[in-house]
Design a protein around this ligand. Structure first.
Ligand code: 3PG
Length: 396
């Protein structure tokens, strides 16, 4: 696909699909990481004499105008991040003539933020007519929203086919980091997969088995695997109906020469709450009334041992109930270990997913990883080996 250097932006209106689906509380953006990552694309377009027109969804308004989900809320954060004048363009996307006039009148260097693309049902339907209306606002289309690229929506898919199109800097950086993580990685690769449920990560596990040399399974989902192996996990979170699936994944891993690394001990508590009294148990003697809320020290040592062998680590999902202190201990310990080895030049480390990024932030190591993706669902689908419609459309 084309990159910024492949275009002449001078005097051009540039539609940039960005992901402004950022956390907001009390009318203010509380984490502007996704916005800050757009700075290189914004400054390039403006320096070259182009006018950026930002398109994004925000929340899930289900195809209806809902002022509670207006993108006007992000305008101050955009102004702050890019230091340029920003104008909000209100539209319900059924008729864009007023929007066109507003943009035509603007001063050079202005960044336009269009209203939530999901206010129109055509967005999620990947509707061609809506894509045509969007295309009529600009001359060039750039996608700089990897985190929305798993959606085949009008602003991510159909629109890319309507105008000369390419990838912005953030998209480019994301794709090359992911390529280093799984596409063409330095081997051996160890994947760390955590989180609460096996059911949401089945495709992920199946795909990773065929691609990586080591697969660390942690968090609540490890309990299902332990249960399938006959370990009594007491009252721990477990999807008992997936025991058979877990066994099948285990069997497949040996055919694929992928070593599955499961916890060998667990930090057990009797209440699911912060600072609940807790004790570490070995697997052979779990407490029947307790819940495993974190991996124990022996498990942490095992995971570190696997990381010592790896040249690439990819990570999605926490290893325990990291949102409740002190049950984030294993996640934080392992995150710091990966960060340390990355700094020493021994590892390429790529992580992504909302909870994972929050956990790495808590460990204070986001900047020490080779790459941390801001994407949730898109990162997961990429790890599952699925083609991402928003990326595919740029290649066409
Ligand atoms: C995200 O926040 O992961 C993306 O913006 C996608 O949002 P969605 O799941 O509502 O499509």
């Amino acid at each position: 696909f084309k990159k910024l250097e492949d275009f002449d932006f001078n005097g051009k209106k540039v539609l940039v699909r960005v992901d402004l689906n950022v956390p907001v509380a009390n009318g203010e953006v509380t984490d502007s990481t996704r916005i800050e990552r757009l700075a290189p694309t914004m400054s390039y377009i403006i320096e070259q004499g182009g006018t950026p027109i930002l398109l994004s969804h925000f929340g899930r308004p289900k195809g209806q105008v809902n002022k509670g989900m207006s993108l006007s809320v992000v305008v101050p954060a955009i102004q702050k991040a890019f230091g340029q004048p920003v104008e909000f363009v209100d539209t319900d996307w059924t008729d864009v003539s007023a929007a066109k006039e507003q943009i035509a009148k603007g001063a050079a260097g202005t960044i336009y933020v269009m209203e939530n693309t999901r206010f129109h049902p055509g967005e999620e339907e990947n509707d061609l007519e809506l894509a045509k209306r969007m295309a009529s606002l600009g001359d060039i289309y750039l996608n700089d929203a990897f985190s929305s690229a798993h959606r085949a929506h009008a602003s991510t898919e159909a629109l890319a086919r309507k105008l000369p199109s390419g990838a912005g800097r953030a998209m480019e950086a994301e794709l090359s980091a992911l390529q280093a993580g799984l596409g063409n990685p330095k081997k051996p690769v160890v994947a760390i997969v955590g989180g609460a449920k096996v059911s949401t990560k089945l495709d992920l596990l199946e795909n990773l088995l065929t691609k990586v040399e080591g697969l660390v399974i942690g968090g609540g989902m490890a309990n299902t695997f332990l249960h399938a192996e006959g370990v009594d996990i007491g009252k721990s979170l477990c999807e008992k109906d997936l025991a058979e699936t877990a066994r099948r994944i285990y069997d497949k891993s040996s055919d694929e020469n992928c070593a599955i690394i499961l916890p060998v001990d667990g930090v057990v508590a009797w209440h699911f709450e912060a600072n609940a009294p807790h004790r570490t148990y070995g697997l052979e003697a779990m407490d029947k009334e307790g819940m495993i809320l974190d991996a124990g020290e022996k498990s942490i040592e095992r995971i570190k041992g696997a990381i010592d062998e790896a040249k690439t680590v990819i990570w999605n999902g926490p290893l325990g109930a990291f949102e409740l202190d002190p049950f984030g201990h294993a996640t934080i310990e392992v995150a710091r270990y990966v960060a340390e080895r990355t700094k020493q030049g021994k590892l390429v480390s790529v992580a992504g997913g909302g909870d994972t990024v929050a956990a790495l932030a808590k460990a204070g190591v986001v900047q020490d990883f080779t790459y941390v993706s801001t994407a949730g669902g898109a990162f997961l689908e990429w790890m599952e080996g699925k083609p991402l419609p928003g990326v595919e459309a740029l290649k066409a």
